[in-house]
Design a protein around this ligand. Structure first.
Ligand code: SAM
Length: 196
């Protein structure tokens, strides 16, 4: 397919969060999910474990602030990745050890595929297999310093969508923030039905 045709289709991007420890990572995993939602991903998969509280929190945010956001949990990460790739879609593993997003052409190569993307982020140290071709089509570093899954996801999504996710109004919102120089202004339903 020509590049021009590929770029017309909106990319579907999901995030796989690996290694969630319910006691320890609840807050950070919630932030990963909210970052994914706010910066343009279509949903998040919490692999290998279940954490109903996080699901509820994320659903509540989507109910109030709009946007249908997919949430799945519990399936083993290898099964999720294999099924995803079996349908001709790609995976991008975010890791400090990968190709630097700023100094390499990795983002161009990812965009050129025109394919839907499953972004893999860890929490604790990920198994070696994450780096292999079997599971990750691209290993991408948001700079080659270790930092955070939340920060790396935000930068990656922002660059992938070229900042456009930040302009969007979310459909079916009950609440909407009206930006102010100072103070807070929120308006309530039934004003917003369409994602622009
Ligand atoms: N000690 C862990 C290790 O060696 O993998 C650090 C894990 S880090 C706290 C959690 C996740 O953040 C990583 O699995 C990766 O997805 C993401 N991450 C951290 N720094 C990153 C970077 N510079 N670029 C891309 N992703 C990064």
């Amino acid at each position: 397919m020509e590049d021009s045709k590929k770029s017309k289709r909106a990319l579907k991007v999901l995030v796989l969060r690996w290694g969630h420890r319910p006691q320890r990572d609840a807050r950070l995993t919630t932030h990963v999910a909210l970052t994914a939602r706010a910066l343009g991903a279509s949903g998040i998969i919490l692999s290998d474990v279940e954490d109903k509280k996080i699901k509820e929190t994320v659903e509540k945010v989507s109910n109030d602030w709009g946007r249908l956001f997919f949430f799945e949990m519990g399936r083993p990460w290898k099964t999720i990745v294999k099924n995803w790739k079996a349908k001709g879609r790609i995976t991008v593993h975010l890791t400090a050890y990968g190709e630097n997003i700023q100094t390499s052409d990795v983002l161009q190569r990812i965009k050129k595929t025109g394919k839907d993307i499953l972004i893999l982020v860890g929490s604790q140290k990920v198994p070696k297999e994450f780096f292999s071709k079997t599971f990750s089509d691209f290993n991408v570093a948001i700079g080659n310093q270790p930092h955070s899954e939340c920060a790396s996801l935000a930068v990656f999504l922002d660059r992938l969508f070229e900042g456009k996710a930040l302009e969007k109004t979310f459909e079916n919102a009950r609440l909407k923030i009206i930006p102010q120089k100072r103070g807070k202004k929120i308006v309530k339903k039934p004003i917003f039905h369409k994602e622009i």
